[in-house]
Design a protein around this ligand. Sequence first.
Ligand code: UDP
Length: 235
Amino acid sequence: MQYKRILLKLSGEALMGDRQYGIDPNRLKEYAKEIKDVTNKGIEVAIVIGGGNIFRGVAGASNGMDRVQGDHMGMLATVINGLALQSALEEADVITRLQTAIEIKEIAEPYIKRKAIRHLEKGRVVIFGAGTGNPYFTTDTAAVLRAIEINADAILKGTRVDGIYTEDPEKNAEATKFENITFKDVIEKGLKVMDMTAFTLSEENKLPIIVFDMNKKGNLFKLVSGEKIGTVVNI
Ligand code: UDP
């Protein structure tokens, strides 16, 4: 196995499936199965989940809402997604813990690094909710932050495209995919992998980012087994 401990980043939008909003239970089930297959191999899995399928602070602010208020709503949205994913995983007999950056102790544990690591060592999947706990950040930044804190080998960013391309492959069929790329090249070429805060935090801490298609069955498993899947961003 290529990795021992991974941080899987799933966007909120990924949970929508073919819907315009909210959570697709079938998509959740599929993800739970993919994650289970990886944990069965003894890989430690931590997950950060976004909230964009429910609410984004920026969208609220563009409609006149106070940005901080909107971001709080966005962070709560990630907790809703975290609970949904937790439920789907437990339905698949995967033991999980949800830890939140904002205390909601009746429904989740507060985020405690040492506890998170202990859960991982015991083979439990740990889902981190409520982002970083601070407004003006994204769940990509939360994912990088948690990955560094728990000493993950890499951050696996599951998307609906199978890697990083020279241009948006959904807009230009001529676009070609990178198998490997450096942090520096991503910035120089103006490619979008994560927001800058998340991206530079990852670079500074030499944490590789792998962008891959999470919707292709078996991809996550192949990736952690060492197959060339997606695009690897490294120093
Ligand atoms: N958010 C925040 N601080 C964080 C993480 C998230 O305020 O540390 C809020 C922010 O409003 C963001 C929303 O939560 O728009 C949902 O997160 P994100 O947009 O990263 O979700 P994704 O795009 O991955 O679905």
